[in-house]
Each structure stands twice: as C-alpha cells, then as structure tokens.
Design a binder for this molecule. Structure first.
Ligand code: AMP
Length: 184
C-alpha cells in the first residue's frame, strides 16, 4: 500500500494549525480546519487515501464524530462505498449498540446503529477513520462497536497520530493502524 513522500507530508503538516491551551491548559489542539481550507492539501490527502484503499476490498467506511465524518464521507464517495457514522450518545435515531471508554477523568461513550452493516455480504470489511489519535480510547471503542455490529474492522486510519501518547500501540494489538502523519 502506498505512503506519502517526505515532501508531501511536509505540505500536509504545514496546513495543520496548532492552537495552544485549547480546549484546556496544556493541550496543543491540532486544528484541521486549515487543512480543509487549503484545497491543494485537502486534495493531496484525499487522493492519497483513495490510492491506498481502492484495491483493499473495503465495503464500508466508518467515521468517528465529528471530524472523522469529514474525511470518512469524502473517501467513501471517492471509493464508491457506503459510509457509517459512529456518534456520541443520544444522536442516532434508530436502535443502537454502545461502547463506553475511559477518559483522563470519567467515561465517554460511542454509538452505532444496530443494522449499520446489514448488507448482502456476511462480515463486510470496514475501514475506520478519525482525524487524530491521542490516547486511542475513542478509536478502540469504535473498533469494538464495528465488530459487535457484525462487521470486520480491517484497518484504522488517522490523519494525525500523536505518537508520544502511544495510543496506536493499544489499537495495533487488535487491528492494523495507518497514520498519514506522525507527530512526536
Ligand atoms: P483519544 O480517544 O484520546 O485518542 O482522542 C481522540 C479524539 O479526541 C479524536 O476524535 C480527536 O479529534 C480528539 N482529540 C484528542 N486530542 C486532540 C488534539 N490534541 N487535537 C485535536 N483533536 C484531539
């Protein structure tokens, strides 16, 4: 599968802005709105993801609320596959399956429609996408949900991996992880 050149990675990294101390002191928030606002960088990213996944027998793309929807839904139309949203509690209107995960303080939860992967294929292949992996808690819960809903999570893809938090190591124990950009 294809990876980006050093120069292409630089273009993408430069298009992402860091906002210090947002949403709370000590966090360097990776703002991808500047990437979305740079048509060339956005196209470079999406064409790269299309190249990487077009011959991988992906049946569905699942995106994590909310920035995972932007990249996931764009890629789904480029690949001609279906898109499934994984959402915060209480947002999906039909019967759901949910999965709790730990935060630094407290717990959070993600949900999916029970019939999200109901199709002609048994155990369809799913690519899970989010904008960023930090501790990996959200993505791990999402992988669990996909598998519980009767599909096979084939790979998890992040635009940005905050490598120093080691979140990818936990997820790699259960499913392959691909990060377009790694930040040390
Ligand atoms: P985690 O479960 O710790 O891997 O957190 C991942 C989720 O939180 C993703 O949906 C990210 O969009 C968001 N997130 C966590 N840390 C950051 C950060 N430094 N900058 C931007 N988004 C973040």
């Amino acid at each position: 599968m294809k990876t980006l050149t050093k120069n292409e990675k630089e273009i993408l990294l430069k298009s992402i802005r860091t906002i210090e101390n947002f949403p709370k002191p000590g966090i360097g928030f990776k703002d991808i709105t500047t990437l979305l606002g740079d048509a060339k960088a956005y196209a470079l990213l999406m064409n790269h993801l299309k190249d990487r996944y077009e011959n991988e027998n992906i049946d569905y793309i699942a995106g994590i609320e909310s920035r995972g929807f932007i990249f996931g839904a764009s890629l789904a139309t480029m690949l001609g596959v279906r898109f499934v949203p994984i959402r915060k509690p209480g947002k999906l209107p039909y019967t759901t399956i949910s999965e709790k995960y730990s935060l630094e303080y407290g717990v959070d939860e993600v949900e999916i429609h029970i019939d999200a992967f109901k199709c002609e294929k048994e155990n369809p292949n799913v690519l899970l996408i989010d904008d960023l992996i930090a501790t990996g808690g959200t993505a791990k819960a999402a992988v669990t949900l996909i598998n519980k809903a009767g599909a096979n999570c084939k790979e998890v893809c992040f635009v940005i991996n905050l490598k120093f938090l080691n979140g990818d190591k936990e997820i790699q124990k259960i499913v392959p992880v691909y990060s377009v950009l790694e930040i040390d």
